[in-house]
Design a protein around this ligand. Structure first.
Ligand code: BES
Ligand code: ZN
Ligand code: ZN
Length: 470
């Protein structure tokens, strides 16, 4: 999409007129009737023809509580109607706050996302020009919002990509290309280096696949001072069969999305670099394919890890915590970041607990928890706290190794997974784990099957912007 700023409405063009519920007084300049069949309810649209035969879209913004999801209203309107748009479409922005304007642009840009990448006959795509009508200078908001939404669309493409194309090496190449384009550093550790450096848990998870594992290390360090403000770690399982503890086949195809955490980390580092935020950030993606093979790791195996702790494997389907364990130990040892956040589609348990509405958040750091909760509400990418009580440690006891990867009991699964990760944070005082299994990928009005949501990019980028720079 192309966004421009103009100062006046051109009554010949199609125009989107956002309206708050019950506040329709300003419509008279755009439409010829007094009482349109419309009251501004959230995400409702009434299309009327204006005096010059142009289309006038009345777009309901709803009430104050709906302000955080204004992007959805714009996205839906544009997605449903863009096929009719030829000339520029104007958007009246006078009544939008700055945050709402940003969301409006994000929504419009997100409507450009095409899920049918692999169709031999693609739907006709065309870039639409949106003229944002404003008498203030909104150039900075336009550029920032567009960068955010383009990044979201890029990471959705990754999460929706099929696992036969999206191998760990493919993710590494994606990161290298992104680093070149957006000017940050990227190092991909391939199998040999992983072995040499002791990423034993990543190697164990990946050993059953013909597609070798990688660890991707991205660094954006614009400050003079070399201290790392924030380190991000993402689970990058490009396909999760469950391994020998094999998953049932129903919905197994959706396990291509088990790299949703990795996608957020890759997207955030790219976006922070594009926006040139003054913050030193390192992103680590631990990526492997959890496959079934004669060479796969087994339940009952004892494996080593980057930290030196040994792990008894109870269930090979609890693989995400293993690759993250190495990612966390590595980022903390190699970079000593002031804050660490990991993101992972880690457990079915968090979906049982919080559904598709919020990510599970685990931390002992009140400041980070409050910061992420606030940004979560503002971006409508919500998080909700779950406990890390010491009582759960007993579930990770192993008779033969330092710890085991699963309690064997179908209770508190998201919490015991988080407790497992905590054991690899070396007591870091500012660590947060986000279990995004329920929010990263799911039902959508824009596809018939489940698809990527783009969750996390705004949450983490805005958190970094507000809370990690100093
Ligand atoms: N990738 C899954 C978690 C998941 C489930 C993500 C549903 C998205 C949607 C993870 O690796 C997994 O299999 N977790 C198991 C752990 C169990 C075996 C201890 C789970 O949560 O069932
Ligand atoms: Zn699994
Ligand atoms: Zn998994």
């Amino acid at each position: 999409m192309i966004f421009k700023q103009v100062s006046k409405v051109n009554t010949q063009y199609d125009v989107i007129v956002p309206c708050r519920k019950g506040q329709l007084e300003h419509l008279q300049q755009f439409i010829t009737i007094k009482d349109p069949d419309f009251n501004g309810e959230f995400s409702t649209v009434q299309m009327l023809y204006g005096a010059e035969g142009n289309r006038v879209y009345l777009l309901g913004l709803g009430e104050e509580k709906d302000a955080v999801k204004v992007d959805e209203a714009f996205r839906k309107l544009s997605f449903d109607h863009k096929k009719y748009w030829k000339a520029p479409v104007q958007v009246v922005t006078a009544d939008l706050s700055e945050a709402e304007l940003q969301k409006a642009i994000i929504g419009l840009e997100m409507s450009a996302y095409e899920i049918g990448t692999f169709k031999s006959k693609k739907e006709e795509t065309k870039a639409i020009t949106f003229e944002m009508v404003s008498d203030k200078d909104i150039t900075a908001t336009l550029q920032e919002a567009q960068a955010i939404a383009e990044t979201i669309n890029r990471i959705k493409t990754l999460v929706d990509a099929p696992a036969n194309q999206k191998t760990p090496e493919f993710l590494g190449q994606w990161a290298e290309d992104s680093a070149k384009a957006s000017d940050y550093k990227c190092t991909v550790l391939h199998e040999k280096e992983l072995k040499a450096q002791g990423f034993h848990a990543v190697m164990a998870v990946g050993q059953g696949s013909v597609n070798p594992p990688v660890v991707i290390v991205t660094e954006y360090m614009p400050k003079k001072d070399s201290a790392v403000d924030i380190g991000l770690v993402g689970k990058g399982i490009t396909f999760d069969t469950g391994g020998l503890s094999i998953k049932p086949s129903t919905n197994l195809h959706y396990m291509k999305s088990d790299m949703g955490g990795a996608a957020v980390v890759l997207g955030v580092v790219e976006l922070v670099a594009k926006l040139k935020l003054n913050v030193n950030i390192v992103g680590v993606v631990a990526s492997a394919e959890n496959a079934v093979d004669s060479n796969s790791y087994r339940p009952g195996d004892v494996i080593d890890s980057y930290s030196g702790k040994t792990i008894e494997i109870i269930d090979t389907d609890a693989e995400g915590r293993l690759v993250l364990a190495d990612g966390l130990s590595y980022i903390i040892k190699a970079f000593q970041p002031k804050q660490v956040i990991d993101l992972a589609t880690l457990t079915g348990s968090v979906v049982q607990t919080l559904g598709y509405t919020a990510a599970g958040m685990f931390t002992n750091n009140t400041e980070m928890s409050q910061g992420l909760s606030k940004i979560g509400f503002d971006t409508n990418e919500r998080v909700w706290p779950l406990p890390l009580f010491a009582d759960y440690e007993a579930d990770l006891h192993s008779d033969i190794a330092d710890l085991r990867n699963y309690s064997g009991k179908p209770v508190a699964g998201a919490i015991t997974a988080a407790k497992f990760l905590e054991a690899f944070t070396d007591g870091h005082k500012a660590w947060v784990h986000l279990d995004i299994a329920g929010v990263s990928f799911g039902d959508s009005p824009y596809s018939k099957m489940k698809s990527a949501s783009g969750y996390g990019v705004q949450l983490i980028t805005n958190y970094i912007k507000e809370f990690a720079g100093n």
